[in-house]
Design a protein around this ligand. Structure first.
Ligand SMILES: C[S@@+](CC[C@H](N)C(=O)[O-])C[C@H]1O[C@@H](n2cnc3c(N)ncnc32)[C@H](O)[C@@H]1O
Length: 270
């Protein structure tokens, strides 16, 4: 099909932590953030040599949408039903017609739902901000190597950022220290062990979290931390957030400023 924005495998819903609320918050943060612009600018030289791109774990289209303006065709693969719907909605709103979207994801050692064996090779495969255990999976790496004819690109967090204020909140609410997640260097080591000596380009960006109001913000942390709070702990969280959140534009709206973040764009030729 030509010039199509289509959804496939809609019936397939992979178990994912990207539920409706989490997907909506993420998408709202994307729309306020300079992450898509910064990432795509960092990719410009490579994208000039590409006509087709696969965006795996495309989320709400943070990269698929701007990249679709630069290349002939984008294939976006996203397992979460809610992220997938946001991706379709945002692409439609942007008037994008060259994204083919699949509501599926990598599970075990393959893409679910038939896509695995039918997908054609594309110039570039992008995996941005995907779970560590996915990008560091040998079967996954072998597969994406097969379906990329020019480049593979990983985008991952680099170094410390005050992730949702967890370093402050864990001791206060969960009585334990927050253990930081893996960053790009672990992925780089993994690739090195597989004989891939990738290039790295760093960029920085803001990814603050907007909220409709204070209750929306409280709900965000309760949902993220999977907390049923006692009234005492809820007060601790509310007091903490009162000090951190800042007003944003219209009355009642707030934002959580997380500061400047760094990302590593890891890329290699296939
Ligand atoms: C943090 S979001 C990143 C979205 C987008 N790539 C971006 O940079 O904005 C992570 C995405 O990876 C997707 N994901 C998680 N596990 C996946 C899997 N096994 N296969 C494909 N995508 C996956 C999630 O559904 C989610 O949309």
């Amino acid at each position: 099909m030509k010039n199509n924005l289509v959804s496939c495998y809609n019936s397939y819903l992979m178990a994912t932590k990207w539920d409706k609320k989490r997907s909506d918050w993420y998408c709202r943060a994307v729309e306020k953030s300079n992450y898509p612009g910064k990432a795509v600018t960092s990719l410009t030289t490579l994208l000039r040599k590409c006509t087709s791109v696969i965006d795996i774990g495309a989320g709400c289209g943070a990269l698929s949408v701007p990249i679709a303006r630069k290349v002939k065709k984008v294939t976006a693969i996203e397992p979460s039903k809610w992220m997938f719907e946001l991706l379709l909605k945002r692409s439609k709103k942007a008037g994008i017609k060259n994204i083919r979207a699949y509501n599926t994801g990598w599970k075990g050692n393959m893409f679910q739902g038939g896509l695995h064996s039918t997908i054609k090779s594309h110039d570039m495969v992008i995996c941005a901000n995907l779970p560590h255990n996915l990008v560091c999976n040998r079967g996954f790496l072998e597969y994406i190597t097969k379906i990329s004819s020019k480049y593979i690109v990983f985008i991952q967090s680099a170094g410390r950022w005050n992730r949702f204020y967890y370093e402050d909140l864990y001791p206060k609410l969960l009585k334990k220290r927050y253990k930081r997640e893996a960053d790009y260097i672990e992925t780089y080591f993994f690739l090195h062990k597989q004989g891939i000596f990738a290039n790295i380009k760093m960029f920085d960006y803001y990814f603050d979290q907007p909220f409709d109001d204070f209750n929306d913000a409280l709900d965000f942390w309760k949902h993220r931390l999977k907390l049923k709070l006692t009234s005492k702990k809820e007060k601790i969280l509310a007091d903490f957030l009162n000090k951190k959140l800042v007003p944003l534009g219209r009355a009642g709206a707030l934002t959580a400023p997380f500061g400047l973040r760094k990302a590593a764009l890891i890329w290699w030729k296939t």
